[in-house]
Design a protein around this ligand. Structure first.
Ligand code: CA
Length: 693
């Protein structure tokens, strides 16, 4: 199932060289290169202490791999390329094994040396105050108490990496939706709580440092978008931020240890949030160094936006910025029987990257680029790349029940049932790993090629050109008609290029759909790319009837669409123009030298039910703030969906779903545009389907 590329000795040597150059000893690395096969590797291993010799052999060009990663020329040597492996110890306690690229099993500590050899230079660990119930049962999620965090922190330190301590200031998960107060601080007024937080921070940090953990940075709270330690009002949160920050500076001074202070928020996509948070922190004179963000590509908006919002904070308040959490899927499969946050069934997520090792590498590369582009970026952390199944689930209930026992016993699931008294969400949904399909190890513990992306960001990796992604959107159509499947597909290659390829659809699949009545069908086809024939399929949902009359503007009558040219300049009309249709011959075209304002609408008699209305448009030169929308009006109720145009034959598909009609009535559906002179484009293929027939 998983493409695990076995590496030759060539890259092993490069990993070694890089490790040496960045000051990491080989320590417990499981060196399995066969000296007989590779004299060079043997020699390097013997001379491992001699940095100068090795440096001369540092590769200047990309290495061969199964994934494509462009070297980032301007990546600073000290740029943080980190992993958050907070669940690791409980995974090991659960009997999980991890392996290197030669299939050799890694020891508990050797795991960290292996990560170091793959370009990881920082380990992030979350820390909970007291993740246990009254009877001493652990909450799970890695049981991240001070003892366990110290153990892992020490292993990371011994492997030559720095450690980021992620204070949640909670007994369990803290994120935008929950920031529960630690049990021990319950009922305290804000002054007492700030004092408790300060003391806890000092004690924890001292213990970690005394144990030899190389703490390079701490986070004052985790994803504190909506609160911290049970406080949701900003004045109180600021008091806690201040207490945490001062505690870290105090330890730093006493120990003579440089420790960076980060604040950490989520939801960069929410306009104005980060600007507002940074302003509040500044106004309250909170002393911190790094403004960190989570960035999950399927939830958190565009990378351009991420760069912009972080850059604004960095520039305005002279702060460093970083991404403290990111990850992506390499498979849609669920490895342990406990549902994943991102699965094919997940609603509302945006999947802009291939779900593959290449897709993971692309996400890491692009997030790194976005952080660098702020001009103040210091690093990126990949979240929980080693949170894999405790036993691989084969679909059998018995295996799931065995897994559940392991999660309950060792805390290797996201939550145990014992956490339910503290976290209501966990009471109902406790279970295993929700991110096993976003790990950088496969379900059995073998490293994916994407795990080496950080190393490849330094030196580059090339692979034979292959298709990374080529997908067509699910399609809606009318029952009894041949589905209007797309003629072409955008083929994305692993090297970052893309092109359009023609699709040959299976005639019998199209016929079967047309003759099968209302329902959902899979239509299969093929396309040619990179010298090979590839399979592709399109999911087609056929509804009984399209209520729009003349939906594709195929006939130029005045009896269905009412077309209103508000400025009376002749800017809009139904035309036959094959250059500007989505299908068929006709479309609703617009163009004028002058400012254009027009509406096209029709009145339709509907019975009770739930409906979906949509259409398509293409066009360009519409200025900075064009107005385009589709609408449905029933009495005083107006549904509206804004849309726009980008370029020729790039079709937008605005849609209004879940239109609820109660009782028989007339509704007006249509489109409206207000655009400047010289804007041009066309509308085509509108639809109104009843969803509950
Ligand atoms: Ca899972």
């Amino acid at each position: 199932m998983i493409n695990r590329c076995r590496f030759g000795t060539k890259l092993f040597c490069m990993g070694l060289v890089l490790a040496l150059l960045t000051g990491c000893g080989q320590g417990g690395t499981d060196t399995t290169a066969d000296p007989a096969e590779s004299p060079a590797a043997s020699e390097e291993a013997e001379n491992a202490g001699d940095v100068t010799d090795q440096a001369e052999e540092m590769p200047t060009g990309p290495v061969e791999s199964s994934i494509f990663v462009e070297a980032v020329k301007d990546l600073p040597e000290d740029f943080i390329t980190g992993f958050d492996v907070s669940s690791y110890l409980t995974e090991r306690n659960s009997g999980v094994h991890f392996y290197d690229y030669d299939g050799k099993e890694l020891s508990e500590e050797g795991f960290f040396t292996f990560l170091r050899s793959c370009g990881v230079n920082y380990i992030r660990l979350r820390l909970w105050v007291d993740p246990y119930d009254e009877a001493g049962h652990a909450y799970g999620g890695g049981n991240c108490d001070l003892t366990n965090v110290t153990t892992m922190g020490k292993w990371a330190t011994d492997a030559g990496m720095k450690v980021l301590i992620d204070f949640h200031y909670s007994d369990f998960w803290a994120d935008p939706s929950k920031q529960y107060c630690p049990k021990a601080w319950e009922g305290m007024d804000i002054d007492a709580k700030a004092q408790a937080l300060s003391e806890y921070t000092v004690e924890s940090l001292n213990a970690l440092l005394d144990a030899g953990v190389d703490v390079g940075m701490v986070q004052i709270g985790n994803e504190t978008t909506g609160g911290m330690a049970g406080e949701t009002s900003w004045p109180k949160m600021l008091q806690l931020f201040d207490a945490g920050s001062k505690a870290v500076r105090e330890v730093s001074a006493a120990k003579g240890k440089d420790i960076g202070i980060a604040v950490h928020f989520a939801n960069p996509e929410k306009e104005g949030k980060y600007k507002n948070f940074a302003y509040k922190l500044s106004a309250a004179h909170i002393d911190y160094d790094v403004f960190a963000s989570s960035y999950y590509p399927y939830w958190h908006g565009s990378l351009e936006n991420l760069t912009a919002v972080l850059k604004e904070v960095a520039d305005t308040y002279d702060k460093k910025v970083m991404v403290a959490e990111t990850s992506y899927m390499y498979t849609w499969e669920d490895g342990d029987g406990s549902g994943n946050t991102e699965s094919r069934e997940t609603v509302g997520s945006v999947w802009d990257y291939a779900v593959s090792e290449q897709g993971q590498a692309d996400v890491i590369s692009k997030v790194t680029r976005a952080v660098l582009d702020t001009g103040a970026g210091i690093g990126v952390f990949y979240w929980e790349p080693a949170w894999i199944p405790v036993q691989v689930w084969n679909g059998e209930e018995t295996v799931y029940l065995e897994n559940q026992k392991i999660w309950e016993t060792y805390g290797s699931g996201w939550a145990s049932s014992y956490s339910g008294g503290y976290d209501a969400d966990a009471a109902q949904y406790y279970g295993g790993s929700a991110v096993d399909n976003q790990a950088l190890f496969d379900f059995e513990g073998h490293p994916l090629e994407s795990l080496r992306t950080y190393l490849y960001l330094r030196i580059g990796a090339v692979a034979p050109v292959s298709v990374s992604r080529a997908e067509v959107e699910p399609l809606l159509g009318a029952a009894g008609e041949i589905p209007e499947v797309p003629k072409t597909v955008t083929v994305e290659y692993n090297n970052g290029t893309s092109e359009e390829a023609e699709i040959t659809w299976k005639e019998e699949d199209l016929q079967a759909a047309a003759e099968g009545g209302a329902g959902t069908y899979t239509v299969n086809g093929t396309y040619e790319a990179a010298g090979e024939t590839h399979a592709i399929s399109c999911q087609v949902t056929l509804n009984t009837k399209n209520y729009i009359v003349n939906p594709g503007f195929e006939t130029a009558t005045g009896h269905d669409w009412e077309i209103i040219d508000h400025n009376n300049i002749g800017c809009v009309a139904i035309e036959n123009d094959l250059n500007n249709v989505l299908s068929g011959n006709g479309c609703l075209k617009f163009w004028s030298e002058q400012d254009q304002s027009f509406t096209a609408q029709q009145v339709i008699h509907l019975e009770s039910g739930t409906y979906r209305f949509g259409g398509h448009l293409e066009g360009g030169d519409a200025g900075d703030s064009p107005v385009f929308f589709i609408f449905v009006q029933e009495g005083d109720m107006v549904y509206r969906e804004d849309t726009s145009v980008s370029s020729w034959q790039v079709w937008e598909n605005p849609e209004i779903a879940d239109i609820v009609i109660t009782g028989e009535c007339d509704v007006t559906v249509g489109l409206h545009a207000e655009v400047p002179g010289k804007a041009w484009g066309a509308f085509d293929d509108f639809y109104l389907y009843k969803l509950d027939e």
